[in-house]
Structure formats: structure tokens, C-alpha cells
Design a binder for this molecule. Structure first.
Ligand SMILES: C[C@@H](C(=O)O)C(=O)SCCNC(=O)CCNC(=O)[C@H](O)C(C)(C)COP(=O)(O)OP(=O)(O)OC[C@H]1O[C@@H](n2cnc3c(N)ncnc32)[C@H](O)[C@@H]1OP(=O)(O)O
Ligand SMILES: [Co+2]
Length: 161
């Protein structure tokens, strides 16, 4: 019995040490809030109307020339939906829409405290950012995308808080 107590108490302290170790690791708290889920659509007016019909707060369409897309934001109580439509003839969402004619979920966007630190951390894990440097995103903050082949088949956008 005494031995069992010793084993239990030592495994608890191992768990406590692990938790403390994790809490101090820069990777542990890298990911913040879900900022948005993006949907690429072949008809952004129709997609906007779909969410307006459901009573949602839907923004006007905004051109994002730096990103080759138009965006519309649907504001939800805990996050946002970003509707995307191609802008220009080199839009990064064109190939996706060619493959997914009816549109579909394109990326998720997660907030990080420091985008440059986050880029170094993901690179150290073998995850490829899709640009050398962050760009300014739809919310006026730096963003960078991570290769979907390194992220379980999901395109991930990191946005600085
Ligand atoms: C305004 C801003 C903001 O919120 O602030 C935004 O969101 S701008 C949102 C738009 N901007 C971006 O998406 C920028 C980052 N995206 C990119 O650089 C590109 O879209 C890539 C992700 C590299 C894909 O480029 P592209 O479509 O030309 O290449 P590709 O067709 O050869 O695709 C390569 C492989 O990745 C897969 N793939 C492509 N797009 C994907 C996606 N959205 N989710 C998951 N997988 C995807 C393809 O199926 C293919 O896999 P297989 O080889 O197996 O078939
Ligand atoms: Co986005």
C-alpha cells in the first residue's frame, strides 16, 4: 500500500512537471482564438444573401487587391465567416474554385500573438509558410498562410492578434 502511494504521488508530480513544462513552452500558447472560417464561393452576392436571410450581420464586399480576393465578413457571436470571391486573373482561390465548382470551405484563420515568432516556430516543426514575410490581411493586421499539405489537408491562416 505504501509503495502504491509512493508510485501514485510520483506519477502526479511527473504530470505536474510536464504541465509546467508545457505551460512555459512557446509552442503551447501559440494558437489563440479562431478568427474566421473562410468559404470560397462562385457567387458572393448569393452567399451574402444566404447569411442575411438567416439574420446574420453581413458586411459589404471589400476588394483585397494584395490578396487577389474580394471578402465579405459574416459576424457570429464567437467568430466570423469570411466569404471569398476571386479578384484579378491570378487569384490564389481560382484553382480551388475550378476544382470545387459550387465553392466550399477554403481555410481557417487562427490568431497568434506574434506572427514572426509563430512563423519561426512552425518552420522549426517542418511546416511551410506560403510566403517569406507576412502581408497585411483583411483586418489590417499581419497574416501568413501555411501549406495545407503540412497541416492535415487544411489551409491555415495565422493572423496577429
Ligand atoms: C484577405 C485574407 C484575410 O483573411 O485576411 C485572406 O484570407 S486571402 C485568402 C486567399 N489567399 C490564399 O489562399 C493565400 C494562400 N494560398 C495559396 O498560396 C494557394 O492557394 C495554395 C494553398 C498554395 C494552393 O495553390 P494552388 O491552388 O495554385 O495550387 P494547387 O491547386 O496545385 O494545390 C496544391 C495542393 O493543395 C491543395 N489545396 C489547394 N488549396 C487548398 C485549400 N484551400 N485547402 C486544402 N487544400 C488545398 C490542392 O488540392 C492540391 O492538392 P493535390 O496536389 O493533392 O491535388
Ligand atoms: Co482569411
Amino acid at each position: 500500500m505504501a509503495q502504491l502511494c509512493r508510485i501514485l504521488s510520483s506519477s502526479r508530480s511527473v504530470a505536474a512537471n510536464l504541465t509546467r513544462g508545457m505551460a512555459s513552452s512557446p509552442l503551447t500558447d501559440m494558437l489563440g482564438k479562431l478568427n474566421h472560417v473562410a468559404i470560397a464561393t462562385p457567387d458572393i452576392e448569393k452567399a451574402s444573401q444566404f447569411y442575411r436571410n438567416l439574420g446574420a450581420n453581413v458586411s459589404e464586399k471589400v476588394a483585397q487587391p494584395e490578396h487577389g480576393v474580394y471578402t465579405v465578413f459574416v459576424t457570429l457571436p464567437n467568430s466570423k465567416i469570411e466569404l471569398l470571391y476571386p479578384l484579378g486573373d491570378k487569384s490564389p482561390i481560382q484553382a480551388f474554385l475550378d476544382k470545387n465548382k459550387a465553392g466550399g470551405m477554403h481555410h481557417i484563420c487562427i490568431e497568434v500573438k506574434d506572427i514572426n515568432e509563430a512563423m519561426s516556430l512552425v518552420k522549426s516543426k517542418g511546416i511551410r509558410p506560403l510566403a517569406e514575410k507576412p502581408k497585411i490581411g483583411a483586418h489590417g493586421k499581419p497574416v501568413v498562410f501555411l501549406h495545407p499539405k503540412d497541416c492535415g489537408g487544411v489551409l491555415i491562416e495565422l493572423e496577429q492578434e
